[in-house]
Design a protein around this ligand. Sequence first.
Ligand code: MN
Length: 241
Amino acid sequence: MAYCFISDLHLQEDKPYVTDAFLTFLDTTAKEAERLYILGDLFEVWIGDDLKSELSNEIKERFVLLKNRSTSIFAMHGNRDFLIGEKFCEETGVTLLDDPSKLELFGKDTLLMHGDLLCTKDVAYQEFRNTSRNPQWKKEFLDKPIEEREKITQELRTKSKKATSQKEDEIMDVSPDAVEEIMTTHDVKLLIHGHTHRPHVHSLKINEAPAQRIVLGDWDKSAWYIWMDDESCELKQFPIT
Ligand code: MN
């Protein structure tokens, strides 16, 4: 038995090589796992389950295939694709997970997150996150015509890119205090997340006991995943050409 974790693929029409690498990954590595956990930002942008594209159709079809081959797929919202909704899940058989989610995996209490909640120094972003995750905000946005949603998303993206370029490096990473607090609150010694695009295995102490924070990387030049079985939990990488 094994579980596989990925995040931050940022699938988009502009990067067909990432989509290709992902489809191959589904056919090979993911197929060998009983569970695939996608910890957010699978898509670069998602403005509603009603928007059909070649990319989204292909991914949906392949998820159904994978599920029928007995790999359960779990997904968490990222900051880019937090509007993935019930319809997408029904069409694909994907189970949506809350952020954070505490699960017992191979006997080990594990906390799964996208990671953006841990970037507490980015106050402006956390404010936007609060606003946009409100059910009323979501409903109002999703009720707008597709063209308008696309326009708003583009404007937000431009604003966000500009803001990001002005933010210091440290603001863009997780805050160690937030990590300690959430791991202590949930009483876990293992935290897996993505979002920061800083793949690494961090060793730390929680309540004086050794703990680990494993950060998944984004998919671009390389692909990153975690392979977990009853013996090990490893961060792995392979090149995308
Ligand atoms: Mn993210």
